[in-house]
Ligand binder design. Structure first.
Ligand SMILES: *Cc1c(COP(=O)(O)O)cnc(C)c1O
Length: 361
């Protein structure tokens, strides 16, 4: 018997499964499984990253001052209350590592993002899942789910994989309703897709128990670069910076993210394109008898009659080179999550689903 064993909780972690990218025997596929921006990053971000490559022998900035300044300018936030991470996944991990340990509880919702559970377990804390109300975050259930052990409450707004969201008034009610020792984390990975939504920034500014996380992986089209950020009260930022690796972001990633966030015209273009094709796709699916909740993000959660139908539609789509996301792991076995692609992808997807319906029912 070995004496070498990991910390408690680690072996309870089910490995994260990313969206599939390949179909066996097919070279030309359309990936609609990871909510990536089909238009790619801003050309200015690509240019900035290429220019940064020549300085690769230098260590990157450790304080990320330039990127934090750009984020502060664009979003109207104080740069000293911003922290950058290798994706927002790293900010989520910092929060769990810093604020939750053995005996502590980390709350999230029924269909919540997989990284909340993984990061809670990695920190040795106890993940606690609360119900949603018809695929919508239920503030009352979250407040009722809190105990004197609760240290973190995570919700994504809009949520993944449901695409639904709750109002800022509801977010405020949640922030005010959780116990004093707990932090509310508002994951705004899809916030840029919602016109006029501040992702909860005003709640961070007016309270000492709210943190917002954001990412460059979705509307900014930089999932491969791994950049995310958080906005929090200064005392929390000071804590997180103590456990952040000094060189957690590469110089190329920093350069790309800064150019991307400053290119607000491109971001706006991506937001509009997404809104147009999201409505188009939702309507096309509805006409085929496949309902979905109104999505506030860059994907649609298509609901099928049964898990079996969802599964066979997924297999059929793959045979047509279209990769969408099974979400049985998110307790939604009869649904498929479909990223809103570009026009051609949306048309191809709707046509394939129609052919599936015509031949399978
Ligand atoms: C995609 C996604 C993220 C982003 O993760 P990164 O580590 O920034 O790539 C965060 N939260 C949710 C809910 C997501 O769907």
């Amino acid at each position: 018997m070995t004496h070498i064993a990991p910390q408690p909780g680690i072996m309870d972690i089910a490995l994260y499964e990313g969206g599939a990218a390949h179909v066996k025997g097919m070279s030309n596929v359309t990936k609609l499984s990871s909510n990536e921006n089909p238009l790619g990053p801003s050309p200015k971000a690509i240019e900035a990253m290429q220019a940064a490559v020549a300085q690769m022998h230098r260590y990157p900035s450790s304080d990320h001052a330039s990127l934090r300044g750009a984020i502060g300018d664009v979003y109207g936030l104080p740069a000293e209350q911003i922290i950058c991470g290798a994706g927002s996944d790293e900010i989520i991990a910092f929060l769990c590592q810093a604020y939750a340990g053995p005996g502590d509880e980390v709350l999230f919702t029924e269909h919540g993002f997989a990284m909340y559970r993984i990061s809670a377990l990695a920190a040795g804390a106890t993940p606690v899942e609360v119900r949603e109300r018809e695929r919508v975050t239920d503030v009352d259930a979250l407040i009722e789910g809190c105990t004197d052990r609760t240290r973190l409450v995570f919700i994504a707004n809009p949520n993944n994989p449901t695409g639904t969201m709750i109002s800022t008034a509801e977010l405020a009610r949640l922030a005010d309703g959780i116990p004093k020792q707990a932090i509310l984390v508002l994951d705004g990975a899809y916030a840029e897709y919602v016109e006029g939504y501040d992702a909860g920034a005003s709640l961070v500014a007016s309270r000492d128990n709210v943190v917002m996380t954001r990412t460059f992986s979705k509307i900014y089209g930089l999932g491969g670069a791994r950049v995310g950020w958080g906005y929090a009260p200064k005392p929390i930022i000071d804590v997180l910076n103590r456990i952040r690796g000094p060189f957690n972001l590469s110089s190329t990633a920093l350069a790309a993210a800064e150019a991307a966030v400053r290119d607000t015209a491109y971001t706006e273009h991506c937001r509009k394109e997404n809104a147009t094709w999201r409505s188009w796709l939702a309507e096309a699916l509805a006409e085929l008898g496949i309902p979905s909740d109104t999505s506030c993000a860059n994907f649609i959660l298509a609901r099928f009659a049964s898990a079996q139908e969802a599964e066979s539609c997924d297999a059929y789509l793959q045979s047509r080179g279209l990769i969408v996301r099974r979400v049985a792991g998110y307790k939604l076995p009869a649904a498929l999550r479909m990223t809103v692609g570009d026009e051609a992808s949306c048309r191809a997807l709707a046509a394939a689903v129609k052919d599936f319906k015509d031949t399978h029912s």
